[in-house]
Design a protein around this ligand. Structure first.
Ligand SMILES: [Zn+2]
Length: 81
């Protein structure tokens, strides 16, 4: 019942603090140990796109698909430090 709200509060928290964002390639469905870490979600998505294109053969078309971008963004979490 609070999945939506907690999503927004995480986003607000990260805005005011320096906290790295992390996305594990495995979470996208690839059998891969790759982990992308960046300062914010947008940078994570850019790097994930580079990685997925180079390593997993995804096309620009697939990578720019709104559904893929949305699901990838959902998988991003704060890096445990
Ligand atoms: Zn990968």
């Amino acid at each position: 019942m609070m999945t939506q709200d907690s999503c927004y509060s995480i986003r607000q928290l990260s805005g005011g603090r320096k906290m790295s964002k992390e996305l594990q390639c495995r979470d996208l469905g690839f059998d891969c140990d790759g982990v992308v870490v960046a300062e914010n979600e947008d940078d994570v998505l850019v790097q994930v796109a580079d990685h997925a294109r180079a390593v997993h053969g995804m096309t620009d078309e697939q990578l720019s698909d709104p559904d893929f971008q949305a699901s990838a963004r959902e998988k991003i979490h704060d890096q445990a430090s």
